[in-house]
Every structure is written in structure tokens, then in C-alpha cells.
Design a protein around this ligand. Sequence first.
Ligand code: GAL
Length: 696
Amino acid sequence: MKTLFYPLLAALTVTSVSAETVWLDDLNLAVATQDFGAPQKNKSVDGHALTLGGKVFERGFGTHADSTLNLKLDGGAQKFSARVGVDDEINKNPSASIEFIVRGDDKVLWQSGVMRAGAAAKACEVDVTGVTALELAVSDADDGISFDHADWAEAKFETAGAKTFATSGGAVLPPVAPYILTPPAPVTPRINGASVVGVRPGSPFLFTIPATGDRPMSFSAKKLPSGLKLDAKTGHITGTLPRPQAVPADAKGGYFLTHDNVSGNYTVTLVAKNSLGTAEKELRIVCGDRIALTPPMGWNSWNCFAGEVSAERVKRAADAMVKSGLINHGWTYVNVDDFWQNRHNSKDPTLQGAFRDVQGNIVPNARFPDMKGLADYIHKLGLKAGLYSSPGPWTCGNCTGSFDREWQDAAKYAQWGFDYLKYDWCSYAPAMEARRGNSTNYPLAAGSWSGAHPSSHADLMKPYAIMHEALAAQPRDIVYSLCQYGMGDVWEWGDQVGGNCWRTTGDITDTWKSMSSIGFNQDKAAPFAKPGNWNDPDMLIVGEVGWGNLHPTHLTVDEQYTHISLWCLLAAPLLIGCDMEKFDDFTLNLLSNDEVLAVDQDPLGQQATCVLKDGHLRAYAKKLADGSRAVGFFNLGTQPLNLSFSAFSPVGLAGRLTVRDLWRQKEVAQLNTANGALLLAIPPHGVVLYRFTPAK
Ligand code: GAL
């Protein structure tokens, strides 16, 4: 059988310093695989001097967990030595924890044990006599890769005269040529996107009818409640709705009611018309306390621009969301992440300046000269605008946070016109300790995040509850996205502090390891997903991503199909993380399959769980509002998986079923679960995504 692994071998021409010593940094390190940043010669992963426990090292290999560097020693070396640890550049962040592992011919020769920030370098001395293949690995110590900056300092070999060694990275799947599965949308009108939307009484309403089909197109709506108006040319519905007058006794979770406008439920028929035809679709508008009745869909600046974001770039992202046609598939939010504020001790002049004005109002940095203008610009396009802050004094990027200024900040966001807030934990723990008098360290210097994270729910909930109250008091709906990486099982209490969504994990990166280990481990949180409350496995990593260092995603084409299918099954917030000005046809196609997106946006709001594990096969099933099931069959292995599938009970439906392939948007089978079978052909790390509907 054809093997799917291939080593990234690099030919080398460098010579060693002496016949006896080969320095690791003289070898080709660029081929190392790692889950964040790029391999560095004689520098840390962020480009600083290699520093461990306060000591600076001139030479070595700076990397980031999970990292693999393979060396072909072929018996040519006797000894490997290095000084290893977590680089000081992460300022003692408690999230860092890594383990260095040296393997020779697949046997573990040396392990550092778990190492944390601030610790002195550990000496690694390994006898490698006779070893053919040596692997230098750094693992995330099984707790995610956040802040796992790893140094192999002073790393070198003693050899019997060898001058160099070939290097390669960890095993990766070979690239797969992009293939497009989604058929083009018809030229006749079709209305896509969510079928239910929530708004609070009196809040400005904005909904853009997402419709594909030839332009020009005109829009109308039947039974649009008074208070709302529709622009026939743009399809933008705006206005406000009054507080419902009476809520019937059976209206618990009133968003499921359709019968009665008195309850605040309005069933509107949207109409889109072009010269070739007319389409209609029902939209339920629910005026009440709850918003985000389907998972938010949009874009966020972090995974592409990180600390290089600017208002200009955000406006261009908004333009791209319209020009690319994504707006016609329900994509709505354009969210600014960290770095719109000024930054503590920044060397970048565009991030220098007052943190707050004399009244205490937060001051945006020079790259964001007009916040209201930015939000207005986004709204004019029919889109919504999002922002980022932290409950601590400093954000994760050392910019101004909201500690003690929550009400003032929330009011500002609303005045500017923002519709979404991501609220990121960083620096809250030490601030809380200081406030309790356990430290004299407040106001905190930026980056002093060494306070232990609280373990009590009350402490974890407190800062989120405060900001919730402040947001809820604003005359505008602001989707509230909690970001604290899942601490204290946030899914269990996120709703109590007003969260509409909450991150369940540390940061995602564009590798199979990162995406799959997050995506396939969400079952614990599944029971807590419902309209208005979504588990957030972090933002999308398709397209050109790179956290300020753009590159095409490291996921293969099949891994990208898996990523989007899985996130839709999980009813996850869908926030595009790439530079939308750099869309290629494949990426755009991935993000504009309306049948796949409908799985995410299904109004029942259930999250898929794993219903079958068999070898490398995983099946995830999601119950949909019409009684059908969306099922993803995933192949976690590195070989194609071909199987005849007949054990239908995990799908949760029995009898005669219609099976539709959602990526290809076509029916693939009619079967009876009693005796039928489906032939599944799933590529390595790939998926087939089906919808099973009881036959009429
Ligand atoms: C991280 C967060 C990222 C991004 C970043 C900004 O904590 O998880 O998604 O927001 O902070 O500094």
C-alpha cells in the first residue's frame, strides 16, 4: 500500500565548528515542525535572545510546542547535550508548561519532566552512540500549547568526525490539491442564513437578508412588524421593536413560540426577487431578553493580523465580506480583537499614548482614530461590528483592559455602536488578588500575570458578571463572548453571567494537532449549547492566517473540510480568521456552502456529540429542528478509509431515510436502516458530511 508519510529531508551544506562538535544551530532548523511561529536559530520563537531562568544563551534552537526535529545521525554521534527550558520572554505566564523529549530509534532516551516559566535551564546530556535516527521533541505536557515557548540552548553533538546531519520535521500528510465540492449557487434568488434572530426591546435592529442569485435583486417582506423597515435595494432591515406586552404562561424560553406577536415573536416572510425568479423564506424575529439565537458568524482580526490590526484593515475586511459574497451566506460580524487600545511600554509609536483620558474614557490607539466612524462604516454595509477587552487592567497583548472601568467601557462601546464584545481573562487573577489586599502589586505592571488562577466558580464568574451587567444596561444588543479558555468548566455557568458564547479551550493554531485535539474533544460541553449560549472551540484557521505573519493554512484540504464540517456540527460560533482580501476559490467555497452552514445555524441549537468511535472512524451526529440528523463521518487516520456502514442506531433515526451529501449538495441514497448500507470513502484526516431525513 502506498504510504502517506514522507519525511521532509533537507540536504545540508554547512560544516561544523570542529570535527568533534556539531552545533545544532548550524544544521537546517527551518524544517522543524512546530505548532506556533517559526523555528529560530540562536533566538527564541518570538525573536529575542535565548533566555532561561534569567540566563542568556548565545546559541541554540528556539521553538514552540508541539515541536519535532528529526536528525539522521546514522551512528555518527556519541553525545547530545543542551540546556532546555521555557524562554523568559513569556513573562512567567502560568499557562506555559512543556516537556523536552529525546528519542533515539523510537526509544525515549531522555525526558525533562514538565517545565514551567521562570525555571532555570535543565541540563540534557544524552549518550547517542549507535543511534541512527534521533528526534528532539517538545510536547505541550498535555494542557494545550498556550505560551509554550521552548529553547534547546547550547545544543550540540560530540561526533566521531561527522561534520553535519540531515534534518527533517515531524511526519505530516502530503499536500492534497484543492478540490471544490460546493456547486455554485443558482442564478435565481435563494435566501440563506439563519431562520431565527433575537433582539431586545428598544435595541437597534439590523438584519441583512442573505440572498444568492443574480443582481440586481429587490427585497420585500410580508408581515414585517411596525417599527422595522426594509430597504428594498439592499435587503437591510432596521428599526426597533417595542417591549412585548404580555407573555403567555407557556412562554418559557419564548423563542420557540411562533403563534403570537404579543409574546414578541414575529414570523416574517422574506422575499428576494430578480429577473429570473423569486424566493421566499420565513424568518422568526424574537423580541425578548435573548440574543444570538444561532451561533454568531463573522470574522475576527486575531488569527491573521494579531498585533498588526488597524481600522483600515478592518474596513477592508468588511468590504471583502461584501465583495466576496460572504454576506449573502449569513456572515455578519466584523470583529476587532486585541490591539485597538494603547499598549504598555510599546516601542511601536502607533500604540503609544494615554490609556484613558482625564474622564477615564478608554483611548483607542492611533491606528483607530475614529471608532464610531468605523462601526458606522461596517453598519452601512449591512454588517455588525465587534470589539475586544479584558476584565484585568491589561489585555493579553498588554493593551488597556477594563478593570474597574467596566461600566464606562460598556457605555463607550455602545455609543460607538459596537455589537459584540470578546472579553479575555488575561491579568485579571493578579488584579483580583491585589484588590483583596493579598498583594501590593496594584496597579499592575503590564505582563505581571503571575497570580494563580482562582479555582472557585464565584471568583471565575465575578468579572464576567460585572461586565454583563454593564453591557445589559446599554441601549444596544452586544453579543457577549467570554474568553477564559474553559477554566472552571465555563460551559456550566457561562449563561448565568450573561455569556452568549464562551471559549472552551486555549488558542487554536493552524495545525491538524491543534484543530483536531480541540474539535474532537467538545462532548463535555455539548449539553450546555442552546439558542443564546454557544460553546466556542476558537476561531477558524482556513485561508491565509498567521498572527501577523501571513501564510496559507497548514491544514491540508481534507483537514479544512473536517474543520468546517466539525465546527458546524458543534454549533460553534464561526469566526473567519484569515485575511479576507486574500481569499482563493477553495477557501471561499468552504465558507459559502449554505447546506453546511445551515447545520451550524439550525434553530434547534443542539451541539453534535460523538456517537461512534471505531478505529480511526468518528461519527458526530447533530439533531436538527426538522427532525433530521446531520452526521459527520471523520477519518482521524493517515490512510484512506473505505467502509460499508450499516450500524445506523448511533445516527438516532430508524426506518426509511433519505441521505444527502451536504458538501456536494446532492442526494446520495435512499435506504432502509433495517437492511441498507452506505459506502463511505473518507480521505485521510477528511470527512463526509451527510444529512439523514426520514423519508415521507
Ligand atoms: C488570547 C486569546 C486570543 C486573542 C489574544 C489577544 O488570550 O485567546 O484569541 O484574543 O489573547 O491578545
